[in-house]
Design a protein around this ligand. Structure first.
Ligand code: HEM
Length: 202
């Protein structure tokens, strides 16, 4: 049996599961609001707005906690891109996922205490957590407080553009989430990564 490593401290797990729950609430209420004008809708419109706003605010606090904790703890090191050879590492991982994995080749970047994520996983987490989430938060705040949003931009309504951008980001984060779920099933067993995020041990 391989050695067990403790990779997910309590704060990462609490942050992650709260983030996942809020994400699901935001997607469900966001979709409900988007299609509310088409007559019957599953969740009442006003209820969706309230749940969406409250979940969004808790998500902001949770995100700030994540960013703060990552900059002061060991976990943040897993999000640092190596200065040299990163493109080659990404390519190696892509080749492994598209070919090597089916031939049962050894993982090019096995998990260790120093390297929790493979390069592709690291790249997707950086994009989601440090680009898409901050942008969806900023655009969400712009929609929550329309008085701080530009009235007109390139001849179009600022609120309309902010809303479009917010939905666009929501779409890409949902795509990230679906891919994330799929890749989480490619562990030692289909459920081992989920167990790790529950008890902290890989
Ligand atoms: C039902 C929803 C979700 C499930 C079941 C889930 C599952 C998991 C699992 C099993 C891991 C550990 C395996 C790994 O290291 O990749 C993980 C890690 C992670 N997930 Fe999720 N996830 C969910 C939603 C999300 C969402 C919505 C986001 C962000 C928008 C997210 C971002 C992350 C990040 C950044 C990590 C690495 C955390 C760290 O160790 O620093 N997850 N997730």
């Amino acid at each position: 049996m391989k050695e067990k490593i403790y990779l997910y401290p309590v704060w990462v797990r609490v942050w992650h599961w709260l983030n996942a729950l809020l994400f699901l609430l935001l997607v469900a209420t966001g979709l409900s609001m988007q299609y509310a004008s088409q007559g019957s809708h599953l969740i009442p419109f006003k209820f969706s707005v309230t749940v969406h706003n409250i979940s969004g605010i808790i998500l902001i606090v949770n995100f700030l906690f994540f960013a703060f904790a990552n900059s002061f703890t060991w976990n943040g090191k897993y999000y640092k891109i190596p200065r040299k050879g990163y493109a080659k590492m990404l390519w190696k991982q892509i080749l492994y996922y598209s070919w090597g994995i089916f031939k049962k080749e050894a993982k090019p970047f096995p998990i260790t205490q120093e390297r929790k994520f493979n390069p592709l996983q690291q790249f997707s987490y950086i994009i989601a957590m440090y680009i898409l989430i901050p942008l969806i938060i900023i655009s969400g705040v712009g929609l929550l407080f329309p008085e701080i949003t530009l009235t007109v931009l390139f001849g179009k309504s600022g609120i309309w553009l902010t809303d479009l951008f917010h939905q666009f980001l929501g779409f890409f984060l949902t795509i990230f989430w679906l891919i994330h779920l799929y890749f989480c099933t490619i562990g030692k067993t289909a459920t081992s990564n989920f167990k790790s995020m529950v008890d902290g041990w890989h």
